[in-house]
Design a protein. Sequence first.
Length: 210
Amino acid sequence: MKGHRWFAAFYERLSNIEEKSAAVRKIREEIVGGARGRVLEIGAGTGASFPYYGDDVTEVSAVEPDPFMLPRARKRAEEVDKPIEVQHAPAEELPFDDDTFDTAISTLVLCSVSDPQKALSEIKRTLKPGGQLRVYEHVRYQSSFGAFWQDLITPAWKWFGGGCHPNRDTGSTITEAGFKFDSVRLVKTAPPVPPMVFVRPHIVGIATSV
Ligand SMILES: C[S@@+](CC[C@H](N)C(=O)[O-])C[C@H]1O[C@@H](n2cnc3c(N)ncnc32)[C@H](O)[C@@H]1O
């Protein structure tokens, strides 16, 4: 991946703002804070999820393919006092053996990966049987009106937003990849005004590899 220099800088600022949102903090506490054992985190970005790992985690293997995000994630990993290693790799080609992880974390990533099906099949391959995929992702509107606008904006949004597709039905893609949701709910953490109106709602979900 060539990377997104300006988006990486912008996203770090955005994450700092987002971290001030009690609703988003609570979701990261639930999704990331509920991880246990050996953990895979895809698309670590600037490391916004790193502070939320708890004591049930033995080690975190994070991957990040964007060379402009990578140093930010590594810096954050050093700052938080947790066993986190960040590798330069895309979710579609995970540099890990089969059945390695107890938990996989994806927060705001499956909108951006080039091939979500391949990424999910890699997550499934590297998770132990019965392992958990814990996600916080923005998804396609259920209403055709909202989805119409997301489809319209996606080509431009992808360009500005580091490859982010606002219009993906990520919950269905997760199920089709062989995961079963133990719990999933739709939340509206982003404000209903442009531009954030295009990247809501979100799913908060815990799925098991079946
Ligand atoms: C919106 S950021 C989210 C970062 C972080 N997970 C968070 O919660 O703040 C999306 C991240 O996905 C990464 N990404 C894009 N394509 C990817 C791929 N194929 N595999 C893994 N990560 C990818 C981007 O480089 C970026 O860091």
